[in-house]
Write a protein that binds this ligand. Structure first.
Ligand code: C2E
Ligand code: CA
Ligand code: CA
Ligand code: CA
Length: 279
């Protein structure tokens, strides 16, 4: 038994070591990726359910790694957050998303809001406001066309500092939304105090909406509550026409998901936007 315990322990540390090494390797590669321009943004449209027009586009980062091929953000964002690399990576995302949004405006495409994901680590970093200003100034994008997607975890930490950071961001004229809404612990009080503009109803409530009466009840309640606080709502993960129609019945303002379009490179997004122009 003693022997087995020791082996078990050794196995455990070997596994741990392997994970630490993998982590460090990826960290080094991420650092290089930034210098080598291995990151790209893909874009996914957001549609106004009332008007049927494209009112927003979410920027989603992709890593085209020399060693690993295309790496999903779910794998590398956590490493980037732990190492602090999310700060320069996030600043790049902001610059690139604003640059692209402005380029599309100049090319004559109807203006829409560019939504950029913000990690909690980025949010707490003292340089956040500067990197937002920097991205807007460099791109010449009017601040009304930039939206930052915050997670509920950002809102529940250190209320005073969060309130101050949000006040400064809002004073720039940009929009704020709460991503993955319903999965965290934010209360109505937070939503009122933080003056966000929009709630993104998490995919987990949307997916089975048509079959699960409880999910339907949750989604309807979120939409009603949001509207009584004068917030807009967007449902993410809308994969079918049935879901889109149901959400219209529920008075959800916007939808995003595979039914409308998958995230795609800028070139394809431009074609998509042109084919959905209203004028
Ligand atoms: P998220 O912000 O919740 O983004 C939505 C995710 O759902 C995206 O995955 C998107 O491709 C996917 N999705 C969109 N429509 C559908 C649908 O109809 N069905 C299903 N099943 N999925 C759908 P993606 O692009 O792999 O991104 C994963 C997560 O990585 C994001 O979740 C976000 O938390 C993070 N992320 C992505 N880009 C950035 C970034 O630039 N900065 C930061 N900090 N995080 C990012
Ligand atoms: Ca998001
Ligand atoms: Ca989300
Ligand atoms: Ca998510």
């Amino acid at each position: 038994a003693k022997e087995a315990g020791r082996n078990g322990h050794r196995f455990f540390t070997e596994q741990m070591n392997r994970r630490v090494v993998e982590h460090l390797t990826m960290e080094t590669q991420l650092r290089r990726a930034l210098e080598n321009n291995e990151f790209v943004l893909h874009y996914q449209p957001q549609m106004d359910l009332g008007e049927g027009t494209i009112v927003g586009v979410e920027a989603l980062i992709r890593w085209n790694s020399r060693e690993h091929g295309l790496v999903s953000p779910a794998r590398f964002i956590p490493v980037a957050e732990e190492s602090g690399l999310i700060v320069p990576i996030g600043a790049w995302v902001l610059r690139e998303a604003c640059r692209q949004a402005r380029e599309w405006q100049v090319a004559g495409i109807d203006p829409f809001v560019m939504a950029v994901n913000l990690s909690a680590v980025q949010f707490r970093h003292h340089d956040l406001i500067n990197s937002v200003i920097n991205a807007l100034v460099l791109s010449d994008l009017d601040s009304q066309w930039l939206e930052l997607e915050l997670t509920e975890s950002i809102l529940i930490q250190d209320a005073e500092a969060t309130l101050e950071a949000i006040r400064r961001l809002k004073s720039l004229g940009i929009k704020l939304s709460v991503d993955d809404f319903g999965t965290g612990y934010s209360s109505l009080t937070y939503l009122k105090r933080f003056s966000v503009d929009k709630l993104k109803i998490d995919q987990s409530f949307v997916r089975d909406l048509a079959r699960d009466p409880e999910d339907a009840a949750i989604v309807r309640a979120i939409i009603q509550m949001a509207h009584s606080l004068r917030l807009r709502t967007i449902a993410e993960g809308v994969e079918t026409e049935e879901l889109a129609s149901l959400l219209r019945v529920f008075h959800c303002d916007e939808i995003q998901g595979y039914w409308l379009a998958r995230p795609m490179p800028a070139r394809e997004m431009e074609d998509f936007l042109r084919s959905h122009q209203t004028r």
